[in-house]
Design a binder for this molecule. Structure first.
Ligand code: GDP
Length: 194
């Protein structure tokens, strides 16, 4: 089965999504001392293996040096396996992602999620942004267009449905994510035939 990697900063609902997809309770790795190596789980309804990648989330209480080491390991993992990784799911919180991105940008920093998005693309892995907690978002289209804008994708978001997947993990509304990943599977299969 094809490998799909999953990343996301803390509290975006990554564990909730993992539980929904795999039936497993997954450690967020937010506590110091928790193992932070890539872990694999079966995506129950699909023929995919999900790899939970640590190191891009919240690592409060973890010394800077250790944090960097974890990040380096994760980057190396993704680079090494890039050719066989079907898609990279970046989970963001639909309610707060734009504000967080803009706050970082104003400080002259590259926002985490934007960095991840480009990193995946740079190594040839199609990124899929799982925009979670959409049940809390009322200005859906504006919010998703703004996210496209921050990621360098020309709005409207509807033309990026293989990349922008609005979901609610908590409510089990994840069809846009499943469809996006399936899209990349079909593309990969088609490319093999060419
Ligand atoms: P993680 O740190 O990224 O693994 O996040 P969790 O899965 O632990 O979720 C963080 C919080 O967000 C929890 O209180 C979840 O119940 C909540 N949450 C997760 N998914 C959703 C969602 O789709 N909608 C809403 N409203 N809350 C969610």
């Amino acid at each position: 089965s094809a490998e799909v990697v999953l990343v996301g900063r803390s509290n975006v609902g990554k564990s909730t999504l993992m539980r929904e997809l795999t039936g497993h309770t997954v450690s967020t790795g937010s506590k110091p001392g928790v193992t932070r190596s890539p872990n694999h789980y079966d995506w129950v309804a699909e023929d995919f293996v999900l790899t939970d990648l640590p190191g891009f989330g919240f690592m409060e209480g973890v010394p800077e040096e250790r944090r960097e080491a974890i990040k380096t390991d994760v980057v190396r993992y993704v680079e090494n396996y890039a050719e066989s990784i079907l898609a990279g799911v970046v989970v963001v919180d639909g309610k707060s992602a734009i504000d967080i991105i803009d706050r970082h940008s104003e400080r002259g920093e590259i926002p985490h999620d934007v960095e991840l998005f480009h990193f995946l693309r740079d190594v040839g892995i199609p990124p899929v942004v799982a925009v979670n907690k959409m049940d809390k978002v009322d200005d859906r289209d504006d919010r998703l267009d703004a996210l496209c804008d921050r990621l360098g994708l020309v709005p409207p978001w509807q033309q990026w449905d293989e990349t922008i997947a609005p979901i609610s993990a908590k409510r089990g509304q994840i069809t846009p994510l499943t469809d996006a990943v399936r899209h990349h599977l079909h593309e990969a299969k088609r490319d093999d035939l060419l």
